[in-house]
Design a protein around this ligand. Structure first.
Ligand code: DI6
Ligand code: FE
Length: 400
């Protein structure tokens, strides 16, 4: 067996579904060739005569799959610290939004920014995630809110994937808010009849998302958007039941969504529907924390029904200015009660499933892309337990 690179003396958290817990292998080795994992197992099982272009001894360091942030709004213009101050003084998110702030203030700043300004600001933010071992990020549009600007946001996201050593998937979130200059029905028609067809034809979107909420769109409105997405072969995701039970989980399940995200207000029937459709629950503890929410997602019901759980930063300038996937893990464990095993799976294997990429990334198994995070840690719990310590030793993307 010939490897491009072979790491020995590793503690592997493989996250393989065929192994219990995080799939721990002590005294492990991992070999890669042509950007793919070709061996991940105990050193004792390495084929005799295995050769490698480069061989590295990790001295027992922990190796996990490269981390995956499966829900971000990381491309945006401006920032919203003034709104943060208003909330600290007692204003709430929904009333700021209704008064034309919130998402719409970021829409104004995003439309006014040049492509290069958007790219530079987002690249800076992405580097923070990458410094913590993130190798794949999902990026949503949703601050353009008209045909040219939504397509531009998706192009900017694609360009970031070309410029940085990072996997980028893109999601069209045109149904994020009603743009100030448009009639609601007319905007929804444009999403269905212009934006989705163009995003699909130009290969700009990997999925379509919507904000199902009192301050945004109803389940009935988003059903029509999702039907158009399906008509153009695009899978869907949904911001569901974050601030109220808006029937989001049921709608996501109806369209076999890749993921339903937030879910604080989802009831047991919604959870059962997600289980039947195989939809991943993406929990977003940064938004929960920043909005000082009280109602936690129904983790016990998600477990009981066997719904897979992912965690993500939801990085956005309003409700979750969070640029740390490790902190998202800590918040998910402390606030939502996830176990260490669930927490690590939530930013690797289950996050991959939330992007429909479970065959490519998310575990240390032969055939997967060689995206690895190597840590100055031995116990997996250390990746969840520290707040503000970054134990990353090395990040490997596609074998390099
Ligand atoms: N849910 C969120 O948490 C973000 N968008 C969404 O649909 C908030 C976006 C923002 O306030 O800018
Ligand atoms: Fe979001």
């Amino acid at each position: 067996m010939q490897f491009d690179r072979l790491w020995r003396g590793a503690t592997l958290a493989t996250l393989s579904p065929r192994r219990a817990g995080v799939g721990l292998i002590e005294h492990g080795a991992i070999g890669v060739s042509d950007g793919r994992i070709t061996f991940a197992g105990p050193m004792s099982e390495l084929p005799s005569g295995a050769r490698a272009g480069e061989e590295i001894d990790l001295g027992g360091r922990l190796v996990t799959p490269g981390l995956i942030d499966c829900h971000t709004h990381i491309v945006f213009g401006g920032e919203r610290s003034a709104e943060f101050e208003m909330r600290l003084a007692g204003a709430d998110y929904q009333s700021i939004a209704r008064a034309g702030g919130g998402i719409l203030s970021t829409v104004r700043a995003t439309r006014a920014a040049t492509d290069e300004t958007l790219i530079a600001a987002a690249a800076d933010r992405l580097r923070s995630l990458m410094a913590e071992g993130v190798t794949t990020v999902e990026i949503k549009s949703g601050y353009g809110l008209d045909v040219p600007h939504e397509l531009r946001m998706l192009r900017v996201a694609r360009e970031l994937g070309r410029r940085l050593p990072l996997g980028v998937t893109t999601t069209l979130l045109a149904a994020h808010a009603v743009p100030p200059e448009s009639d609601r029905a007319e905007y929804l028609r444009r999403i269905r009849d212009e934006l989705i067809p163009r995003a699909a034809a130009e290969g700009l979107a990997d999925a379509v998302d919507g904000f199902c909420e009192g301050i945004a769109f109803s389940a009935a409105e988003l059903r029509a958007v999702f039907a158009a997405a399906r008509g153009h072969g695009l899978p869907v995701k949904l911001h569901a039941d974050q601030l109220s039970d808006s029937g989001g989980a049921a709608l996501a399940a109806e369209f076999q969504a890749l993921s339903a995200d937030h879910l604080e207000w989802t009831g047991e029937a919604g959870v059962a529907a997600l289980a039947r459709s195989g939809t991943v629950a993406v929990l977003l503890p940064g938004a929960f924390y920043c909005l000082r929410e009280r109602r936690v997602p129904p983790v016990a019901a998600l477990r009981k029904h066997g719904v897979r759980m992912a965690l993500a930063t939801d990085c956005n300038p309003g409700t979750s200015p969070l640029l740390s996937i490790l902190t998202a893990q800590n918040l998910g464990a402390v606030q939502f009660g996830l176990t260490i095993e669930e927490t690590l799976a939530a930013v690797t294997r289950e996050a991959a499933a939330a992007l429909g990429m479970q065959d490519e990334i998310g575990t240390l198994e032969p055939g997967k892309r060689a995206d690895l995070a190597i840590w100055n840690a031995v116990r997996p719990a250390e990746l969840v337990y520290w707040i503000g310590r970054n134990p990353l030793y090395q990040r490997i993307w596609r074998g390099h």
